[in-house]
Design a protein. Structure first.
Length: 250
């Protein structure tokens, strides 16, 4: 600490924390759409601080710890407060228990990530990353509001939406699971990439600009779905390989 801290990555981290805090304030005021978009802005800053630290070789233990604290606020507490105020409060104790499960699972996920960084999580993530789980909940709020408008949105928020309850619990379980999920950190910007990668990125940007609420909803659902399908396939291959080895030994 006597040598000082790097301003660029840590400043970007604090920007992400700020938008997480703003999301919480928006949820307190009942503006869940603003709360959701604030979470997405925090995700942008979360990606920028990591890339900035790696590109400038300014990764420090202080920055890692600050990033985890920022992630817990922006992607743990903020989405839990948002989803509770939006619809889970109608479930009473079950609702706040599901919200706390999301926060605690996110905290455990971050603690495990810090320990396994550079070894088990050098490439793919072990368990769903907490920004991905927060993005799914934020996408649901934006999608509900876009599809049914504010009046129906308020009616949905006042009733018991079992789908959102189950989704919150499932996301919490996925974060602390040992399933493999991919993230943007696997994209090394310093290396050359095939031309089709640039085409895919441009296509994704065009889709988002055409209809952001629908696009974020599709991407969020696809991220969870593809992750689950991939892990089922890996489990099948591992199980099949084990059976083949048993047959060979016999």
């Amino acid at each position: 600490m006597k040598k000082g801290v790097y301003l660029l990555p840590n400043g970007l981290t604090l920007c992400g924390m700020f938008f997480g805090f703003y999301s919480i304030l928006s949820s307190f005021n009942g503006n869940y759409v603003h709360a959701s978009w604030s979470i997405y802005i925090a995700i942008v800053f979360d990606g920028l601080d990591g890339w900035a630290a790696r590109l400038t070789h300014s990764t420090t233990r202080f920055g890692i710890e600050l990033d985890s604290l920022s992630d817990l606020v922006a992607f743990g507490v903020a989405p839990a407060v948002m989803v509770f105020g939006w619809t889970l409060n109608s479930f009473g104790r079950l609702g706040w228990a599901a919200s706390f499960l999301f926060v605690s699972s996110g905290a455990l996920r971050l603690a495990r990530y810090n320990i396994q960084m550079g070894s088990a999580e050098k490439k793919a993530f072990t368990g769903m990353p907490i920004p991905g789980a927060a993005a799914v909940l934020a996408a649901m709020v934006i999608f509900y509001d876009y599809m049914w408008g504010l009046k129906v949105h308020c009616i949905i928020g006042s009733e018991k939406d079992y789908f959102i309850l189950i989704l919150t619990i499932v996301l919490a379980v996925l974060m602390i699971s040992t399933l493999r999920f991919h993230g943007a950190k696997e994209l090394d910007l310093k290396e050359r990439k095939p031309f089709w990668v640039l085409i895919i990125i441009m296509t994704i940007l065009v889709i988002i600009l055409m209809n952001p609420p629908i696009a974020f909803f599709i991407f969020a659902v696809s991220y969870v779905g593809i992750g689950l399908v991939e892990n089922i396939w890996l489990f099948y291959r591992k199980h099949k390989k084990g059976n083949d080895n048993v047959k060979t030994d016999n």
